[in-house]
Design a protein around this ligand. Structure first.
Ligand code: DX5
Ligand code: ZN
Length: 237
């Protein structure tokens, strides 16, 4: 099932609003994915970040619509949303399958298509929030013509492809410049190297959605790690 088409007037679901930590299941134990999702949602998480890699745009291959359809009902029933991050070439060929599988937002990489404007429109027509991601080497100005078309901008704070990489230290300045470029009506998400040491700085710079993979699922206590990162982000906001 897909949702009604969205436009710039459609309200953003509550689960995406405010300071949110989005656990990335890339670092979860896929043998017990359901219980890992239940654990972090019980701890308060409402945005589940879903990393899709195709072995082309980035070297690894990860998960696709079949896995998404396996978790979407659980996440929605618990009041959450699934934030789909496509690190794939030709992303527009896949939007419909991810929307049907239960995506709430679909983020494509600006570097993966010459048709960012059309991609945003296509995602909104499928009833999902339209997101665009930019790599560390891509300037913030790249997204300036998408204002009014895009709901969510993901500023990569590592190079995409792997969990557990070190945070790129110039990222807070980049997020500040992105926030002043796009204003307050767009969600700004950061992804890579986020933990208790970086979440507060990123919130202070203007990010509200913070992806954390290894800092949560690599911890002995993912629920406590989630709460600690959330508190760190709130203290910087
Ligand atoms: C990396 C992915 C991330 C990844 C982040 O390309 O987009 O979402 O899971 O992992 P950490 O939080 O470990 O840097
Ligand atoms: Zn991601």
């Amino acid at each position: 099932m897909t949702n009604q088409p969205r436009n710039s007037e459609t309200p953003v679901p509550e689960a995406f609003q405010g300071i949110r930590i989005a656990p990335s299941i890339l670092s979860a134990d896929f043998g017990r994915l359901g219980s890992q999702i239940a654990e972090i949602m019980d701890a308060g998480a409402r945005v589940i970040h879903f990393d899709v890699m195709d072995g082309q745009f980035v070297p690894p291959i990860t998960i696709g619509p079949l896995v998404l359809s396996g978790i979407a009902d659980q996440v929605h029933d618990a009041g959450g949303v699934v934030d789909v991050h496509l690190m794939i070439e030709d992303p527009d060929r896949q939007f419909e399958d991810f929307a049907r599988a239960g995506a709430d937002s679909i983020i494509f990489h600006e570097e993966a298509t010459p048709h960012a404007h059309r991609c945003c429109h296509a995602i909104r027509e499928l009833g999902c929030l339209a997101g665009v991601a930019i790599n560390p080497g891509t300037p913030v100005e790249t997204v300036s013509e998408l204002k009014g078309m895009v709901d969510e901008i993901l500023v990569m704070t590592v190079n995409p492809g792997w969990g557990g990489q070190p945070f790129i230290e110039t990222s807070p300045d980049k997020v500040r410049r992105m926030r002043s470029l796009v204003g307050d009506d767009v969600l700004i998400e950061v992804d890579g190297g986020i933990g208790t040491g970086t979440a507060g700085t990123m919130a202070a710079a203007g990010a509200t959605l913070m992806v954390a993979g290894s800092a949560i699922f690599g911890s002995d206590d993912p629920a406590q790690a989630y709460r600690d990162i959330h508190a760190a982000a709130e203290s910087g906001a």
